[in-house]
Design a protein around this ligand. Structure first.
Ligand code: PCA
Length: 217
């Protein structure tokens, strides 16, 4: 049987009419990618609920890889996140609360957890694959301190192999730029067409799939 890849997006937040990652996940789940079974889920933009929803899906589907996707409305390229940080902070001026109204300040995602955890997707191979398709992308050293980072850190913490080793699940995060329907105040970069984002996610998943297939064979 083909390995399962769980791909997640987020619901709308922060005054945006919608979140393109929700549609991305729906479309990718419907498509058939060779060699993998893609399963999608949409997460609430909630510090307290998003990770529960994600981990329930991880436990239910037992995927070989988890690729979480979020919107960074001010970005001009797909950001391949390298690291999740053990901090939740939405308390500063300008940071809108999450969809439950939470504005944590300097709080850990996992009390006592390590400061940061590296993602385990083939990030460099994804970057190269996107580059060779002409899709703007970059490696990123921070997913911020909002819900995307909290979900990423919580997921990586959950998936850390125990003392006896255990099942290896690769996981990481992609931040996507806004599509033309979404407006931001004083945009620094132009938006990106949805079809480019969609092709970008497809290429990323194909790269992950190739790794999984090679690892299994
Ligand atoms: N982006 C936000 C949360 C949900 C989303 O799509 C973030 O970057 O944290």
């Amino acid at each position: 049987v083909s390995p399962t890849v769980l791909v997640t997006g987020f619901e709308a937040f922060g005054g945006h009419a919608h979140n393109p990652t929700e549609r991305l996940v729906a479309e990718l789940e419907r498509d058939r990618l060779p060699g993998v079974r893609v399963r999608g889920a949409v997460l609430p933009v909630s510090y307290s609920r998003a990770l529960q929803v994600l981990l329930a899906e991880v436990d239910r589907l037992r995927p070989a890889a988890v690729v979480c996707c979020g919107l960074d409305a001010r970005a001009g390229a797909i950001a391949i996140e390298r690291v999740g940080l053990n901090v939740k902070d939405r308390g500063d001026a300008g940071g809108r609360p999450d969809n439950d109204g939470a504005t944590p300040r300097d709080e850990p995602v996992v009390p006592g957890g390590p400061d940061g955890l590296f993602t385990t997707l083939p990030n460099r191979a994804i970057l190269d694959a996107l580059g060779s398709c002409g899709i703007p992308a970059a490696l990123s050293g921070s997913a911020g301190t909002f819900v995307c980072n909290a979900v990423l850190y919580g997921l990586l913490h959950h998936l850390r192999p125990g003392p006896g080793g255990g099942r290896q699940v690769v996981a990481g995060f992609l931040h996507f730029p806004r599509t033309p329907e979404l407006e931001v105040a004083e945009p620094a970069v132009p938006p990106t067409e949805f079809d480019v984002l969609r092709r970008g996610l497809e290429v990323a998943l194909e790269t992950v799939a190739a790794r999984l297939t090679r690892a299994a064979g």
